[in-house]
Design a protein around this ligand. Structure first.
Ligand SMILES: C[S@@+](CC[C@H](N)C(=O)[O-])C[C@H]1O[C@@H](n2cnc3c(N)ncnc32)[C@H](O)[C@@H]1O
Length: 178
């Protein structure tokens, strides 16, 4: 299956030990195939906000999650969501954003991620080719984000496949480490 989320969910499970401590999740650019229900199941105390710039995507997600009070769908630019006054998240997920096709807007957004994360917050990005990985590393260089050791964050090998071929997990420094 093209959008099989197994690698992403496995990485989240293995890399974030205290999953019940995650209260606020931001899912950027979810499209219609991000595993929102599975992420909610992994983080049982969390509320999730999904932000996409595509109005049709947002309408369909709103219909899908209308009855779920843990989910809020917003039609917005990622950069705007990351700079809102209450943008303080424990976990930000960005799955297969296609950075190279929307380079300017994703570059701007990636630079804003650290300020929207709590201290020791996690930023999880999946990519499907190495050119995107280069772009991500360029955008996050010289930021308070530190790559979390342990890539690809899977306890047993899972074949490279689908949109989550390359998984990067970053953690923001504790205030005292900056
Ligand atoms: C390549 S799709 C990936 C969708 C989904 N995450 C997946 O892996 O199947 C990228 C998604 O990001 C959204 N998007 C692109 N640029 C964005 C931006 N600057 N702010 C918010 N959403 C954006 C698009 O509308 C689209 O739904």
């Amino acid at each position: 299956m093209f959008s099989d989320p197994t690698r992403l969910l496995d990485a989240l499970t293995n890399a974030i030990v205290e999953r019940t401590a995650i209260d606020r999740i931001l899912n950027l650019g979810p499209g219609l195939e991000d595993p929102i229900e599975e992420v909610l199941a992994l983080f049982p105390s969390a509320a999730l906000r999904a932000v996409d710039q595509d109005v049709d995507v947002c309408r369909r997600l709103q219909d899908q999650f209308r009855a779920n009070n843990r989910v809020r769908i917003s039609h917005a630019e990622a950069s705007d969501a990351l700079t809102e006054a209450d943008a303080t998240y424990d976990l930000i997920i960005l799955r297969h954003p296609n950075i190279s096709e929307n380079k300017t807007s994703w570059f701007g957004a990636l630079r804003l991620v650290p300020q929207a994360l709590k201290a020791e917050g996690h930023f999880v990005v999946t990519l499907y080719d190495l050119a995107e990985l280069d772009l991500l590393q360029e955008a996050t260089a010289h930021s308070p984000l530190r790559e979390k050791p342990g890539a690809p964050y899977t306890q047993v090998p899972i074949a490279l496949r689908g949109q989550d071929r390359y998984i990067q997990i970053y953690v923001t420094l504790k205030d005292a480490d900056e």
